[in-house]
Write a protein that binds this ligand. Structure first.
Ligand code: CA
Length: 387
């Protein structure tokens, strides 16, 4: 079997209301889908992390840099292909966009492998340790409105009503404002619902440590990306200073980047983003390296239904971690803010929100081969911005 081509599909649409995190507000949704074709008619689907112009740049890397390197290779030779690509682009970027581009291609190769074997991805990576996955609801993105506290209060109550037993909110608006926002959300959901906060590296450790002490009083389960991803010492200081779990890793790449984060024990909860860090092949190495250091892994999930489906398989196949600091099963991160690329991209929806509501917070596993999904290609053509 041979790879015959790689195509990138960048999709976008305007949001009704801008949504934000501590670094910026955005007005568009983007999805970047990668399609690897073979001479035997089997096609693999993957996804690259990254919005807007980043997605369009990654498309160029996928099609102009990676494609010529691997056309003609056997798509089953995933490690050979990964190393061929990495060795070629290593001198031009060991983190960031080249790795995001490589990730989408590697994911598509795993989809092909599953389709050849007739097995779901979770079987291809070792089998399912669980047949249902708890889901936490992501919401409460920042908005430029005067009544944010009230909006967060109401949105948190809605997310709880949707059936989620845990949720995550954005922070990073300054210490005092963050305490007000987190208090408003805790007030809305009571003490028994899990609550995580995500600062998207808005702070220095000097600012974030006293803030973390306030979050401890508010029963926050983890403080995500408190400091810059390059600030390993800041992460380390936070873990030392606080009982609160420190989470991070979504802006780290490859086994070599994660090696430093893990060996320096910078986080209590590791959040690898498989659509960015180098794909499934690299994720498995990073997951096992984290577990070798007894650091729990809760995958970062931000993307379309392709990324969500892949992560359901990977979470199913995550071994339990005896002695882990985080006593819960791995959870699926699911963004509850409006996103057509989560709800409408597939011919048959994953139905995450319906399942969460029906089941009281969990979903079952996709059963089809590979990622177990088919794209709605009319939908893809409608939202495509790269043609
Ligand atoms: Ca995050």
């Amino acid at each position: 079997m041979k790879i015959t081509g790689i195509k990138s599909h960048v999709l976008s649409y305007e949001l009704d209301e801008p949504l934000g995190y501590s670094q910026k507000y955005y007005t568009k949704r983007t999805a970047h889908i990668v399609e690897v074709t073979t001479d035997e008619g089997i096609t693999g689907i993957g996804e690259c992390f990254g919005p807007g112009g980043v997605a369009l740049t990654n498309k160029t890397i996928v099609e102009k840099v990676i494609q010529p390197l691997i056309v003609g290779m056997d798509p089953r030779d995933r490690e050979v292909i990964w190393n061929t690509i990495y060795n070629d682009i290593r001198d031009h970027g060991q983190k960031g966009m080249p790795m995001q581009a490589l990730s989408g291609v590697d994911i598509a190769l795993w989809d092909i492998a599953g389709k050849i074997a007739g097995l779901p991805l979770y079987k291809m990576v070792g089998g399912a340790f669980r047949d249902k996955i708890d889901v936490y609801g992501y919401g409460m993105m920042l908005q430029q409105v005067p009544d944010l506290e009230e909006r967060f209060h109401n949105e948190a109550a809605q997310i709880k009503d949707m059936g989620f037993n845990a949720m995550k909110m954005k922070i990073g608006k300054g210490v005092k404002e963050d305490i007000r926002l987190v208090s408003a959300v805790r007030d809305a959901i009571g003490d028994d619902t899990g609550l995580m906060v995500d600062a998207n590296h808005a702070y220095t450790a000097r600012e974030a440590i006293p803030l973390g002490r306030e979050f401890e009083k508010l029963g926050v389960d983890w403080f995500e990306e408190p400091v810059a991803p390059e600030d390993y010492q800041g992460y380390r200081d936070m873990c030392e200073a606080l009982d609160l779990n420190i989470a991070g890793g979504e802006a780290e790449f490859t086994r070599w980047g994660f090696r430093d984060l893990i060996e320096k024990r910078c986080v209590d909860v590791l959040q690898p983003e498989t659509c960015a860090l180098g794909g499934i092949s690299e994720y498995l190495k990073i997951r096992d390296m984290a577990h070798a250091h007894f650091i729990p892994v809760v995958n970062h999930v931000w993307g379309s239904a392709v990324c969500v489906a892949m992560n359901i398989h990977l979470l199913a196949a995550m071994p339990n971690l005896p002695g882990g600091a985080h006593p819960t099963e791995p959870m699926l991160e699911y963004d509850t803010t409006p996103n057509l690329f989560r709800e409408n991209l597939l011919a048959e929806s994953l139905g995450v929100l319906d399942q969460v509501k029906e089941n009281g917070g969990w979903i079952s596993l996709p059963k089809g081969p590979g990622l177990g999904i088919d794209l709605d290609w009319d939908f893809v053509d409608h939202y495509r911005v790269d043609a």
